[in-house]
Design a binder for this molecule. Structure first.
Ligand code: SF4
Length: 290
């Protein structure tokens, strides 16, 4: 197996075999993101990926590979016929595999038909992680996400129609204090329209070298205070109406670890949030991470 540069994967893929279908991120414009800034985007040749899979099988000949994660930033940009070829190869080499998943940018999901997505699902692509970041168009423009809230909704609905499990990520604090309400309310709206299986709500942490970090340094963008972060989370939770969606804000970056299933756990989550506010038992800054 050959890996190029730093490899990123969702926390739930910690035990997965990771295979790079692409190198970097095709867009690479988001102002808060530092993940692939040092990589020039390209799609890897199919034969190189297949060679990596064969090497992995040899390496893990006595290990059952239950999960495979397709990296880097947006594996769904790869042509459907090539993706099918890779997924079929994974099934052939790792008959024990239980889950194949990938990152999928909203624009790449929109670039595929529902029929193509269904073919991918039937072949074995079980789950797609989609970074939406915000449901507010103004925030999406400011962070240079390159898609609108409506496009994110359409992408989520397409995945749902195809039967692919969707895990969507949003980021607390991206609207700053200026658009706190819009960020929370419009994010809830987008979630309600998509009704995804999973929602992850991370908290903004900035690394030096990113455009947003420089905006903060120059005083052009103000990071949220802790109280504002809690208010934003409260507004979001109060406005989500998405039965069955598993909600998690228990990432290393979050101050308040919350987890529950909508709509039945909404009151419980709000109660937990109130208790944390009253007791002030937030995760200390030094224990936060990306
Ligand atoms: S957040 Fe996602 S789409 Fe945006 S630059 Fe980073 S990897 Fe690319």
């Amino acid at each position: 197996m050959r890996y190029e540069g730093a490899i990123y994967r969702p926390p739930s893929e910690a035990r997965s075999l990771i295979i790079q279908l692409t190198i970097g991120c095709a867009r690479n414009t988001c102002t808060f993101c530092s993940m692939f800034k040092d990589k020039k985007f390209r799609i890897r040749p199919l034969e190189d990926v297949i060679e990596d899979l064969e090497t992995a099988r040899e390496y893990y000949k006595n290990v059952k590979v239950r999960r495979v994660f397709l990296a880097d930033g947006d594996a769904l940009i790869v042509k459907t016929e090539d993706l099918l070829c890779i997924i079929n190869k994974i099934n052939e080499l790792f008959p024990e595999v239980e889950r194949i998943s990938a990152y999928g940018a909203p624009a790449d999901v929109l670039g595929k038909t529902v029929d193509e997505l269904k073919q991918l699902r039937q072949a074995g692509l079980e789950m797609v992680y989609m970074g939406a970041e915000s449901g507010d168009d103004e925030v999406l423009t400011r962070i240079k996400k390159g898609v609108t809230a409506e496009e994110i909704i359409k992408a989520g609905q397409k995945l749902k129609k195809s039967g692919i499990i969707t895990s969507v990520t949003f980021i607390s604090g991206l609207g700053g204090s200026e658009r706190l309400n819009e960020h929370a309310l419009n994010t809830a709206y987008v979630i309600n329209k998509m009704n995804p299986e999973y929602v992850g709500f991370l908290t903004l942490m900035l690394e030096s070298g990113t455009e947003l970090y420089e905006q903060v340094r120059r005083g052009e963008f103000r990071l949220l205070e802790l109280d504002d972060i809690i208010t934003e989370l409260k507004v979001l939770i109060e406005n989500i109406d998405s039965p069955g969606t598993v909600f998690r804000s228990n990432h290393a970056s979050n101050y308040v670890p919350l987890k529950g299933t909508f709509n039945e756990d909404r009151d419980e989550m709000l109660k937990d949030l109130r208790e944390v506010m009253e007791s002030g038992s937030y995760k200390p800054e030094k224990f936060r991470g990306l």
